[in-house]
Design a protein around this ligand. Structure first.
Ligand SMILES: CC(=O)SCCNC(=O)CCNC(=O)[C@H](O)C(C)(C)COP(=O)(O)OP(=O)(O)OC[C@H]1O[C@@H](n2cnc3c(N)ncnc32)[C@H](O)[C@@H]1OP(=O)(O)O
Ligand SMILES: O=CC(=O)O
Ligand SMILES: [Mg+2]
Length: 533
């Protein structure tokens, strides 16, 4: 029997965005419909599987490497495909929301080797941002993005300098794009972001000697990596471009994925170009999965959990070892310190903290790392230049000395710090301010000189949830209760001052919903998306 034709996609209750017709062509929508038709049912099954696995963790309180895939881990022979020239040297990668036209130009000009063009943690997925992100990328690849602001400031791609290679990061599998539907069902945001970027740019990029490159976020298992691989195979065939043209770097940013790094690379081996240590979502995932596993799993204040904590070190070192064993790049994560062009003291602290972070990563064998701001590019580059020298990476460092057992990744107890009253207030402040910005369509913000995005906000609200449930006693002797969180949130709402209008009230209400609900909410962005204009 011939396969049923996919239902056409409808643009549903979407505010008109200038030039959206250039993105939502009939051909592009037909491609998205085909992706949706083939892959959304599997996406749904995999989301259900996540819930089952989490229930298992709640029941057993543990995680382990998978017995059924030991053969993949023990087979010394397989490798991922060699990196394409544009992804051979990734010593500095800058990240930022794809929807901001100024940042697009600044990131491409920044001197970083890669720009992670973000539809994920740094993006609030308003329809406006979804479309403008795609338009910016289409325009940037065709070098027609230059513009002058109404104030007379010109943004132009450097004519003779090498621009950063674009690696686009679609939304995670959990989020839908409600403005694109088929038969009344929303299309997964991941397929929309991937599909539109691929459709409009893949061939153009290949003609220019590059390719459609992606970062894959919030993957929880190798089954999810297999889904992506099948999406890639389908997309390449649909577009008539060679297998393996797509390259994907997978963020190892969930605790479950940390136990499946080899399997994830194996699933994607034709398309894989690396793994990234996404530390913020990783911490979020750790808290989420072990939220009710007892006192040993209660983390102290977010700022007290650093990358040198033994369980974080186990995670990053295992990542380097795994990548290099399989010929993949190991890319480091984001230090949250943001430099300031106005405050020299803040700037000096940020540069120093980031320098230490990048030197540690380079010393551990990472091949490159992320920065959140153009002023941090030279800092990260210096750290990796020192480790890499003339080489484009350091994959020769196999790190066979690294030994990480299943228990090491979740040995979170024993940190020499405990939750504090200041930490609780900080969690409320950060989550409140971030949610307020997100609801206005801003997905990354500097708060108290730190970069905050969806991943870091998830940590803040999850810690509140966990501390209340665990009845944590703070350094002040005060017990964390529902009432205490409400009191601090009310104070912080009042402190938003003139801003304490409807938007702040909405952010406050949503914060309490995700921090105090009886049932833990899987992602803050799910209820937030319901409220997004
Ligand atoms: C957990 C994770 O997933 S981490 C990855 C996701 N997070 C991110 O990508 C965050 C990226 N960073 C940012 O969005 C920004 O740096 C922020 C929001 C934290 C701070 O931004 P700002 O307050 O605008 O910083 P600041 O005022 O110092 O910016 C100075 C200039 O640098 C530019 N700039 C700042 N960050 C970036 C960036 N990441 N990419 C490109 N340009 C940037 C600004 O556009 C500005 O340019 P202009 O002078 O032409 O206007
Ligand atoms: O996406 C990166 C992270 O740290 O989360
Ligand atoms: Mg993340």
């Amino acid at each position: 029997m011939p396969a049923p034709a996919p239902s056409p996609l409808a643009v549903t209750r979407a505010p008109h965005v200038a030039r959206q017709e250039e993105v939502l062509t009939d051909e592009a929508l037909a491609f998205l419909a085909a992706l949706h038709h083939r892959f959304t049912p599997r996406r749904d099954e995999l989301l259900a599987r996540r819930a089952e696995r989490r229930a298992e963790i709640a029941r057993t309180g543990r995680l382990d490497f998978l017995p059924g895939t030991a053969g993949i881990r023990e087979d010394p022979h397989w490798r991922v495909a060699p990196a394409p020239p544009a992804l051979e040297d990734r010593r500095v990668e800058i990240t930022g929301p794809a929807d901001d036209r100024r940042m697009t130009v600044n990131a491409l000009n920044s001197g970083a080797r890669v720009w992670l063009a973000d539809f994920e943690d740094a993006s609030s997925p308003t329809w406006h941002n979804v479309i403008n992100g795609q338009l910016n990328l289409i325009d940037a690849h065709r070098r027609r993005i230059d513009f002058t602001t109404p104030e007379g400031r010109t943004y132009a791609l450097r004519p003779d300098a090498e621009l950063a290679t674009v690696v686009a990061r679609p939304r995670g599998w959990h989020l839908d794009e409600r403005h694109l539907t088929a038969g009344g069902r929303a299309v997964p945001g991941a397929l929309v972001d991937f599909g539109l970027y691929f459709f409009h740019n893949a061939r153009h990029l290949l003609d220019a000697g590059k390719g459609p490159y992606f970062y894959l976020p919030k993957t929880e298992s190798h089954h999810e990596a297999r889904l992506w691989n099948d999406v890639f195979l389908f997309a390449q065939e649909y577009a008539g471009i060679p297998r393996g043209s797509i390259r994907a770097t997978v963020l190892i940013e969930t605790i479950t994925a940390a136990y499946e790094m080899e399997e994830i690379l194996h699933e994607l081996r034709e398309h894989a170009s690396g793994l990234n240590a996404g530390r913020w979502d990783y911490l979020f995932s750790l808290i989420k999965n072990f939220r009710d596993a007892g006192e040993d799993f209660v983390l102290p204040d977010r700022n007290a959990v650093t990358m040198t904590a033994p369980f974080m070190r186990a995670y990053t070192e295992l990542l380097v070892r795994t990548c290099h064993k399989r010929g993949a790049h190991a890319i480091g994560g984001m230090a949250a310190f943001i430099p300031s062009r106005k405050d020299p003291e803040v700037n000096a602290v940020a540069l120093e903290k980031v320098r230490a972070d990048k030197e540690r990563e380079a010393g551990d064998g990472f091949d490159g790392s992320w920065v959140a701001h153009p002023d941090l590019v030279p800092v990260a580059r210096a750290a990796f230049d020192a480790a890499l020298g003339e080489r484009p990476h350091q994959k020769h460092r196999l790190r066979e000395d690294v030994r990480v057992g299943a228990g090491d990744l979740i040995a979170v107890g024993g940190l020499d710090a405990r939750p504090t009253a200041a930490g609780l207030r900080n969690a409320v402040q950060v989550a409140l301010r971030y949610i307020e910005a997100w609801l206005r369509g801003i997905g990354a913000v500097a708060i108290f000189n730190l970069m905050e995005d969806a991943a870091t906000a998830e940590i803040s609200r999850s810690q509140l949830w966990q501390w209340v449930r665990a009845g944590v006693v703070l350094d002040t002797g005060e017990k964390v209760t529902d009432a205490l969180v409400r009191k601090v949130a009310a104070e912080e709402l009042a402190d938003a001052g003139t801003g304490a209008d409807g938007a702040w009230q909405e952010a406050h209400d949503l914060l309490l919903e995700v921090a105090l609900s009886e049932e833990y909410v899987d992602f803050l962005t799910l209820p937030a998306y319901e409220r997004l204009g």
